[in-house]
Design a protein around this ligand. Structure first.
Ligand SMILES: [Zn+2]
Length: 297
């Protein structure tokens, strides 16, 4: 199975106490990395064998290591070991280097255990907006159509006007296609997998407005573009069942609302979740996609 990493970048706002804890964790991570690296090097010099050391073995000597997230330290062990593996596989990758307090990146890695890490209402989500200038072409189309309705059928003016209307239609089709190609290409480029609703029968309730004012299968065309662009890159389009209640379910607690009117732009839940309706639905679709993907894998 291909492993899919999904990156989310969020700004955190730690309070003073949390900031101290984060600083401490970063400091301990760097310390344990340097200790383990030094001991591995020393051991190798003497024994010509790799030392299998773990962060736990240092906690007795340095009890303050117990004060920080133990997963951060466990990840250090993994990072260090993979740095060695990489070096042995391709020496050009360079021998693992000590981390400096000044110049090394201040970071640490931890893991989600029983939902101890979650995003609280902050998403750096991107909403694809149907570009404004397409709307302008649509307005122009409406104008030309009004003019046409005032022309006498069969007259020379009528024919000319009809041609103008046809050109407007063509321009809209091209602009929409262009927009769909660009959007699907950028999604396929940025993500390893994309989860979508199978067919949006709810009348383009989502943020895309791909078919507004034009009776065609805009969303379906968009999905097929996205699908082949992902496939070309060895990536996946995962479709949630069209009856999946993406907008009714609370993406935080899983509670399902029986009634939800289309005019409610914000999703409120008894659990305290308060989220933009589309974002809530998108999170549900993503989770459903992950579930489907795990089943198929
Ligand atoms: Zn809830």
């Amino acid at each position: 199975m291909r492993k899919i990493n999904r990156a989310v970048k969020i700004r955190i706002c730690p309070n003073a106490e949390q900031r101290v804890q984060i600083e401490k964790t970063i400091g301990c991570s760097r310390f344990i990395y340097n200790c383990m690296l030094a001991d591995k090097m020393e051991h190798y010099k003497k024994e010509k064998k790799m030392l299998r050391n773990t962060p736990a073995s240092y906690k007795k000597e340095y009890p303050w290591l117990k004060e920080v997230d133990s997963l951060a330290l466990a990840n250090i062990q993994m990072h260090l070991e993979s740095a060695f593996h990489k070096f042995f596989r391709e020496p050009s990758a360079g021998f693992p280097r000590f981390k400096s307090k000044k110049s090394s990146r201040k970071s640490y890695t931890t893991n989600v255990v029983n939902g101890n890490i979650f995003l609280e209402g902050k998403y750096f989500g991107k909403r694809a907006e149907y570009p404004m200038f397409y709307r302008n072409t649509e307005k122009k189309l409406a104008r030309e159509q009004r003019k046409l309705s005032r022309c006498q059928k069969g007259s020379q003016n009528y024919k000319k006007q009809k041609k103008r209307v046809a050109l407007c239609h063509e321009k809209i089709r091209n602009q929409r296609k262009d927009f769909q190609h660009k959007l699907s290409a950028s999604l396929a480029e940025s993500f390893d997998a994309v989860c979508v609703e199978d067919l949006n029968l709810k009348g383009m309730a989502g943020g895309l407005h791909l078919g507004k004012g034009v009776h065609d299968n805009g969303y379906g065309l968009f999905l097929s573009m996205l699908e082949y662009k992902l496939e070309e890159r060895g990536k996946y389009l995962i479709k949630a069942d069209r009856y999946f209640a993406s907008s009714k379910i609370c993406s935080v607690c899983g509670n399902k609302k029986e009634e939800l009117s289309l005019s409610d732009r914000i999703y409120y839940c008894e659990c305290g979740n308060r989220m933009d309706r589309d974002v809530n639905a998108a999170v549900n679709i993503m989770n459903e996609g992950k579930r489907i993907f795990a089943e198929c894998a």
